[in-house]
Write a protein that binds this ligand. Structure first.
Ligand SMILES: *Cc1c(COP(=O)(O)O)cnc(C)c1O
Length: 416
């Protein structure tokens, strides 16, 4: 059997209708290699990685500094347990991560494996903290409608995308969904809320929904006033995508929990971190029954730590954040032209190098057709409903932005 046959016979893809995937007529693209912002399929065709390999890649594929750091680490050790032992790279990485929040209480780092576990662990910490620190009735959460926080059962219970999560509600935790800050005032019992979770500045899975400016700072003020923890899910927005290292820095907000994953290793290896305040951390001290019994076998994986440290070094050596500001302005300019000139485009939403192009038509499957067509113009990305998502590696060049926007324009013209 060749690779496609083996795939169709034995593999099960995420978020995928397998009946369509395994259809004889479906020819799945097999990705073979990547370089910079480009991906190459098994036939040698090149495409711009328009969604940064599902929002993970930061500095491009095969970046010599990150690849080199992983290879060097392999020559010492690939993995050792973080349960019962420490290692230097994890210590260094923790120091680097909290250094983005100097002179604040956000100084403790708990490692896990992906965005879902970063959120899962924030939830369990938030609950256990209340249970053992005199507030056993504060065990409910508030989340925002249409938000996405991952797929493990806890993280999924915070998810507001009804199509994915509604069937699991009855197994989950009590979560109140609100659409905006005004609705927080309608909560009957704010004194029962342990934490509020939000994707700051922009909700990714909600078709790139950009929050009003100032909203995050207002939410921080409200949660502080109510004694509610603020959990920021920066799994997508973290590591420069919105123009600053973390989105919350744009409104000078420091959360109680900060969930990081996707871009943490530059998009090279699965790894996550939940940053938490010393105040919360201190609530777990003082006895065996107060400790946080949680962890995964690959916690603080040394290869992941090496990649993450290397990625942060590239942010400095390549002045990545300055580049993002310039590229975001250029992308905004290109997309405003697209919105003005392409009659099939309803609206463009954007925050830094995160953008969505929404089509006027709400015909089902149109966004997917546009993305399929865009492959002919050297662009790979995915739609969310009829919004074409643009989340490229931050290393993308102006010329590559041109190719990407032209591809979307052409594909929309052909399909609509
Ligand atoms: C992708 C994502 C997650 C889940 O991360 P995984 O690594 O896929 O588990 C959580 N929150 C947000 C905002 C995301 O974009």
């Amino acid at each position: 059997m060749n690779h496609v046959e083996l795939d169709k016979k034995h593999c099960w893809h995420p978020f995928t209708r397998q009946d369509l995937w395994t259809d004889d007529a479906h020819e799945p693209l097999m990705i073979e290699r990547g370089e910079g912002a480009w991906l190459y399929d098994s036939e040698g065709n090149g495409y711009i990685d328009g969604n940064a390999s599902i929002w993970t890649n930061i500095h491009g594929h095969q970046h010599p500094h990150i690849t080199g750091a992983i290879k060097a680490q392999l020559d010492t050790i690939a993995h050792s347990s973080y349960l019962g032992f420490g290692h230097g790279l994890a210590s260094e990485l923790a120091g680097k991560l909290v250094s983005f929040f100097p002179e604040t209480d956000l100084q403790r780092v708990f490692y896990s494996d992906d965005g879902s576990t970063a959120v899962e662990c924030a939830m369990k910490m938030a609950l256990q903290y209340r249970l053992q620190n005199g507030e056993p009735d504060r065990v409910e959460f508030v989340a925002f409608a249409d938000g996405y926080h991952g797929d493990t059962l806890g993280a999924a219970s915070l998810g507001g995308v009804e199509a994915f999560f509604s069937r699991f509600r009855k197994f989950g935790i009590t979560v109140h969904f609100v659409r905006n800050l005004a609705e927080l005032a309608d909560l009957a019992h704010p004194e029962r809320i342990a934490g509020v979770i939000i994707e700051p500045l922009v909700q990714g899975v909600n078709q790139i929904h950009v929050w009003p400016s100032g909203m995050l700072a207002e939410l921080r003020a409200w949660t502080t006033e109510q004694g509610i923890h603020l959990i920021l899910d920066e799994v997508m927005t973290g590591f420069g995508r919105t123009g600053t290292m973390f989105a919350c820095q744009q409104e000078e907000v420091v959360p109680d929990f900060l969930c990081l994953a996707k871009g943490l290793t530059g998009g090279y290896l699965p790894m996550a971190a939940t940053l938490v305040t010393e105040t919360i951390y201190n609530g777990f001290l003082g006895g065996a029954e107060r400790a946080f019994y949680y962890g995964h076998s690959y916690t603080a994986n040394p290869l992941g730590c090496a990649a993450a440290l290397a990625s942060l070094e590239v942010f400095e050596s390549e002045q990545t954040l300055i580049g993002v500001q310039e590229k975001a302005a250029y992308l905004a300019y290109k997309l405003s032209h697209l919105a003005n000139e392409n009659q099939a485009v309803k609206v463009v939403r954007r925050c830094g190098l995160v953008a969505g192009v929404e089509l006027k038509s709400d015909k089902s499957g149109l966004g997917a057709e546009v993305c399929l067509k865009a492959r002919n113009y050297q662009l790979l990305t995915r739609p969310i409903h009829n919004t074409i998502v643009i989340i490229p590696p931050l290393s993308i060049t102006r010329d590559e932005i041109d190719i990407m926007v032209t591809a979307i324009d052409q594909a929309i013209c052909e399909v609509c």
